[in-house]
Design a protein around this ligand. Structure first.
Ligand SMILES: [Zn+2]
Length: 140
């Protein structure tokens, strides 16, 4: 007998969320797209920090096309909160805000230097234009 005839179709694995919540994962599971079975740690961290019902509520508040980014943000925030329970992702945000401030200050100084160089260049051009023409050939 052909073994393929006897092989039953492999049942699809439940998504990581349904597996964690011990519920049946349907084909139209709203979480399956964002928490695939192969990445159980993603849902585990958001479930631990936010709670499954809050994750679902937050996803429902977001437009469909922005849900993947929302999940990425939730996973990042949850992982940071688990890593640093006191500050969470605020350290990273503070660091990035400081970087932005430093770069804005650097940009301002560079623009000021560029303005000074431009003014100096304009001044030199003005001086050169005022110098009378000098014949390089000596006249005897
Ligand atoms: Zn599911």
């Amino acid at each position: 007998m052909d073994s393929a005839v006897w092989a039953s179709p492999k049942p699809e694995l439940p998504c990581a969320a349904c597996r964690t919540l011990h519920r049946k994962c349907s084909r139209d599971c709203t979480l399956a797209l964002y928490f695939p079975a192969g990445e159980p740690e993603k849902f585990a961290s958001v479930h631990k920090v936010f709670g499954a019902s809050n994750v679902i509520k937050m996803l429902q508040m977001v437009d469909q096309e922005k849900r993947e980014d929302a999940v990425k943000s939730m996973v990042y925030e949850a992982n940071e909160r688990l890593r640093d329970p006191v500050h969470g992702c605020t350290n990273a945000i503070s660091y990035l805000q400081k970087c932005i401030q430093d770069l804005q200050l650097q940009l301002k100084r560079t623009r000021e230097q560029l303005q000074e160089i431009q003014e100096h260049s304009n001044h030199l051009l003005t001086v050169l234009m005022d110098v009378p023409y000098q014949n390089p050939v000596y006249q005897l």
